[in-house]
Ligand binder design. Structure first.
Ligand code: 9Z3
Length: 367
């Protein structure tokens, strides 16, 4: 068998595995509702596109998928992810847009009063920063695991409802003084993002829901070409029990051995790149616990799935440092430790949005 036949066979096998996965998956309950929300969101955010500097749209995936063991699921295999990476990254993806609004004001004031204040410096600085942040402003589709971390809620305690609020007279509730700033910021920023049509939140739990939703999202994303980005931080099941092989009812605990056959989940990253949204800028994540194999694995994923970048992280240091692996670079990105509340997602999003800019200008140069 020659090499070309070999890769054709592999493609056919993958295609048939993908087909089998979707054919046997339980249908999404609110499929039509999701499609409607999504089309509205993408249409709204595509309208502002002018001279190629219009809004970019990113699908951020966040949290871990479950692989159910029973159709009427009581037990499942879970994938570790708190959702912190996805939620925090979403905030930074917006922050650039909010900063843009702030900088526009600075630009306007600089234009009016520049001569009186600091020569034209204010105006020029405002203009330069403005162009950068305008380019970095994203509308975000946040595909997240139910119950995982949410954007704008990082500063809240674990159980916000019970810890941030207290009952006063009658039916009144008030925010505890210590949390008033955090609660207000979370509510204001969250509502601003959703109400202005910049944030669409879609929840999943199982691997079946996640992959069906990713496929649905990629359809309208395909139409916006290189301005689309996929930031795939969700921890996705590698193995699952096909729906048709799954027992219907709760597995009984009588026997001493639990004998369940899990099969590999077809590698949808290749399909996303090849068929679903071939022009979108795609970033996947590689998680390992052994730092000795991390970079080789990330490089392998980059090549195998034809990603534009793979973010390599090690479980215990993932909040301090990541390495962005591209076809010709390996860039270490670290949290600024001199600032107590800085996150590694801040420089990471800055770097990736710059790379995305370069890609939009010349998609062929970066693959
Ligand atoms: C990641 O590596 C994420 O950075 C983390 C974030 C899950 C570590 P947290 O949510 O953690 O902030 O607690 N995500 C991708 C993990 C993954 O499943 N990657 C696959 C792989 O490694 C490729 S899609 O094989």
């Amino acid at each position: 068998m020659d090499a070309s036949n070999g890769s054709q066979d592999t493609e056919q096998t993958l295609d048939s595995q993908v087909k089998a996965f979707f054919d046997s998956a339980p249908p999404l309950q609110n499929r039509n509702d999701i499609i409607q929300k999504l089309n509205h969101f993408i249409q709204l955010n595509s309208l502002s596109s002018e001279n190629g500097i219009g809004k970019r749209i990113v699908c951020v995936t966040s949290g871990g998928t479950t692989a159910p063991l029973e159709q009427r699921c009581v037990r499942y295999v879970d994938n570790f992810s708190s959702g912190h990476r996805g939620a925090t990254s979403t905030e930074y993806l917006f922050l650039h847009l909010l900063l843009f609004l702030f900088l526009s004001m600075k630009l306007f004031l600089g234009y009016l009063f520049g001569d009186l204040l600091e020569g034209n410096e204010y105006y020029v600085a405002g203009y330069v920063e403005c162009r950068y942040f305008l380019k970095a402003g994203y509308a975000v589709i946040f595909l997240y695991r139910r119950g995982s971390f949410q954007p704008f809620c990082r500063s809240l305690p674990d159980d916000p409802l019970l810890e941030c609020f207290e009952a006063t007279e009658g039916l009144n509730i008030q925010v505890r003084e210590a949390y008033s700033k955090a609660v207000k910021t979370a509510i204001v920023d969250h509502h601003a993002a959703v109400d202005s049509g910049l944030l669409l939140k879609l929840p999943f739990s199982t691997i079946f829901e996640y992959l069906q939703m990713l496929q649905i999202i990629s359809k309208p994303m395909k139409d916006i070409g290189p301005r689309a980005m996929f930031y795939l931080a969700a921890a996705v099941s590698d193995f699952y029990v096909p729906w048709k092989d799954m027992v219907e009812h709760k597995i009984q605990s009588g026997s001493h051995i639990l004998d369940v056959k899990l099969v590999p989940v077809p590698k949808m990253l290749s399909v996303l790149r090849k068929d679903w949204a071939p022009l979108a800028f795609c970033i996947s994540f590689k998680l390992e616990t052994d730092s000795n194999i991390l970079l080789n694995k990330a490089r392998g994923a980059l090549e195998k799935y034809n990603m534009h970048a793979v973010v390599a992280n090690e479980l215990s240091t993932r909040k301090e440092q990541v390495v962005v692996v591209t076809i010709d670079d390996k860039i270490t990105v670290q949290r600024d430790k001199s600032k107590a509340d800085d996150d590694v997602e801040n420089p990471l999003i800055k770097l990736l949005s710059q790379r995305h800019s370069a890609y939009i200008e010349d998609p062929k140069r970066m693959r």
